[in-house]
Design a protein around this ligand. Sequence first.
Ligand SMILES: NC(=O)c1ccc[n+]([C@@H]2O[C@H](COP(=O)([O-])OP(=O)(O)OC[C@H]3O[C@@H](n4cnc5c(N)ncnc54)[C@H](OP(=O)(O)O)[C@@H]3O)[C@@H](O)[C@H]2O)c1
Length: 324
Amino acid sequence: MRKILVLGGTAWLGSEIARQLVANGDAVTCLARGDSGGSPIGAAFVQADRYSPDAYAAVADQSWDDVVELSYEPVLVRGAIDALAEKAKHWTLVSSVSVYASNSDAGADESAPLLDPADLDDYGQAKVAAEQASLEALGRRLLVIRPGLIAGPGDGSDRFGYWVGRFALAQDGPVLSPVAESRAVQVIDVEDLAAFIVKAGEDDLTGVINATGDHHALADVLALAAEVAGFAGDRMVVADEWLLRHDVHYWAGPRSLPLWLPEADAAFAQRNNAAFHAAGGGLQDLRRTMQRCLDFERRLGLDRERRSGLSRAEELNLLDQLPR
Ligand SMILES: NC(=O)c1ccc[n+]([C@@H]2O[C@H](COP(=O)([O-])OP(=O)(O)OC[C@H]3O[C@@H](n4cnc5c(N)ncnc54)[C@H](OP(=O)(O)O)[C@@H]3O)[C@@H](O)[C@H]2O)c1
């Protein structure tokens, strides 16, 4: 039986990893404050604030077959390394494709240049600093996983679920859409990502891997979302310039159209995932992810206040302003 320490395990991805590790028969301990939720049934929970000097006291005198690090705050990452690196056979750092310096080279692989980690308040740069600190301390015991956009029930960012939720809410009414034919989406289901992290640890995989899905045209993803939602209205396709002029934002956050990327950043959704596939990474059918996202959106409420996307009122107001 493997002994795994999950640094986190109470939030979205971390709890799915811990749940799958338990299901795999591993002995799992999650260390977190508990502010984000509980750890999954079957995992031991150590409550600790990683900013406190004795945060790792309860786990640092044990040996671990794998430590799974979910934080990107360099202070927390370094603290964990100092306390635990000598006790770990294998270490998995969950990083991000946001570490890359450029999003203009479609198909770029893991060797592409990284951001300069000068500003640790910047998400991508902090992830680079976390990767560098981990590599320095752990060397060939380290696996760096760089996920692309993660999708599935439980996503607190409200990005991927926006479209299927919006089509379900609008039903026969129109839905505002960016130009989608020439754009790409690359997404990995939270279940598939967790399964890959579990398998990679078991296989003692090291190095760096982009853990992300295959590319799909945004238009195909929107068509699938509409179909899954039973949408019978029109998708009103609007040019980028019009959307930007009307204060609609790219990608995420309030008053945005999720998954819509500037043309210059198109390669953000076209990362090379050959290493992921070669290492045995599996991807479920996007339709299943979409259906699970719709179920989740319905549970939360289709017309709720969202972290990402347009409210239906904002969208109808914008549709009203379209030239006829
Ligand atoms: N969402 C995406 O599309 C996407 C894409 C690429 C990469 N990623 C990466 O995927 C990972 C997602 O992880 P996640 O979903 O499990 O959520 P998360 O919110 O990033 O997880 C943070 C974990 O650390 C714990 N934590 C935070 N501060 C702490 C402290 N001071 N002391 C102890 N524990 C602390 C939290 O638990 P408590 O609050 O209970 O303490 C939580 O379990 C992240 O590394 C993220 O950067 C996400």
